[in-house]
Design a protein around this ligand. Structure first.
Ligand code: SF4
Ligand code: SF4
Length: 376
């Protein structure tokens, strides 16, 4: 399936290939220090079965059904997919989530371990954040994951936002960008039903779509810590917890060849191996390529894609032809300083804590200096 997007100020349409990789041969869950593991070698697990819990409360579930192969020395739990898609179904499923009580929302989020580090969502909801911002934009350039997940679940996501606003008595804002034109049109059609949501469409200029920039530009009446930001994925996890009583097994990721010469959005399973995903679902070779994770401007290079699995941190894989880029001496042109959106000095030995790690300074540097690295 192919879809096209027309960017603002851009003459050409970008063609996006939509793919699925929902039956990987196996999925991997890594064991870290302090984790509690709930399975052992040879166990049979169902989709949605709890596999382990980290000390910060974040839980990992099986996203395929099959037999567990443990390698405790390497800290790996592998589930070999039997491809029967045998799944646990919850008795908590609801037809209508609009009546769900505040305590149940918190309980479901805690029980399913849906959260970031240190239970950020639950704590911010409990501690009465002053504003809830659903940033449904794919912040990084050439990333379309939030966009597609939003498209699949517009009504459910609006219902969940409205419910959070009502139950926690919090100002809720939904932010989309102009290029999400399908989603903007879909929201405009039904937003009148959701009185508790303020809807805003902003320009799609990176990095002004990051949480930090949105807070500075549109919500400067609030302290940053008083804002609860949720992206589409976090909101969707809450929606699924309330609606189905289940964790989320699937995730969209974007795979981009070059600077968007060929773009794939792949729906896959948490825990799927990224090297196999590209080889098996896209039939593309990654030999002799430079691979960057999530934002090519930050230059986070990945030398071994086969060792990585899909997680909440997997957003975009950029695959470029190999280039031998060598840094040279700074010519003091000042381009990095001029472009910094938060007006700090990217040349400083230690970057100011206001840095949003957008990578623009490194991207514009004619001397190819990686200004985000400590060696500069
Ligand atoms: S220092 Fe570089 S990475 Fe940090 S905000 Fe400025 S331009 Fe972006
Ligand atoms: S852009 Fe590069 S060359 Fe120019 S001042 Fe910054 S670090 Fe130096």
């Amino acid at each position: 399936m192919k879809l096209t997007y027309k960017f603002n100020n851009d003459e050409k349409n970008l063609e996006i290939n939509k793919e699925e990789y929902l039956a990987p041969e196996n999925i991997i869950v890594y064991i870290r220090e302090g984790d509690t593991v709930y399975v052992k070698n040879g166990d049979y697990v169902y989709i949605n079965q709890l596999i382990k819990e980290a000390s910060n409360g974040i839980k990992s579930y099986a996203t395929v059904s099959g037999t567990v192969e443990m390698n405790e020395e390497e800290g790996i739990i592998k589930v070999v997919n039997d491809k029967t898609n045998s799944a646990f179904v919850s008795e908590e499923a609801l037809d209508d989530i609009s009546e769900v009580k505040k305590e149940v929302i918190l309980e479901m989020c805690e029980n399913l371990g849906i959260d970031y580090e240190n239970k950020l969502i639950v704590n911010k909801l409990k501690n009465k954040s002053k504003v809830l911002i659903i940033n449904a934009i794919d912040v990084e350039p050439y990333q379309f994951n939030n966009n597609y997940l939003f498209q699949d679940n517009v009504t459910g996501l609006l219902e969940t936002t409205n419910l959070l606003a009502k139950r926690f008595n919090i100002d809720a804002h939904l932010i989309l960008s102009k290029y999400d034109d399908n989603n903007v049109a879909a929201v405009r059609e039904i937003i009148a039903k959701y009185n508790d949501i303020n809807f805003k469409v902003i320009p799609d200029v990176f990095p002004y779509t990051t949480n930090q920039c949105i807070a500075r530009k549109y919500f400067n009446a609030y302290k940053y810590d008083d804002i609860l930001f949720l992206d589409t994925f976090a909101l969707y996890k809450i929606y699924m917890a309330l609606k189905e009583g289940l964790p989320v097994a699937d995730r969209y990721i974007t795979i981009c060849f070059g600077e968007a010469t060929k773009v794939y959005v792949v729906k896959t399973k948490y825990g799927a191996n990224l090297g196999e995903l590209i080889k098996n679902s896209l039939s593309e070779s990654i030999e002799n390529k430079d691979i960057y994770l999530n934002n090519f401007m930050r230059r986070v290079k990945c030398d071994n894609l086969e060792s990585l699995v899909v997680s909440d941190n997997t957003k975009t894989i950029f695959i470029f032809d190999k280039q031998d880029i060598k840094a040279s001496k700074c010519i003091k042109c000042g381009k990095c300083v001029d472009i910094c959106p938060v007006e700090i000095n990217p040349l400083a030995k230690v970057l100011d804590s206001a840095c949003i790690r957008c990578g623009l300074c490194s991207y514009v540097c004619p001397a190819n200096i990686n200004l985000l690295s400590k060696e500069k």
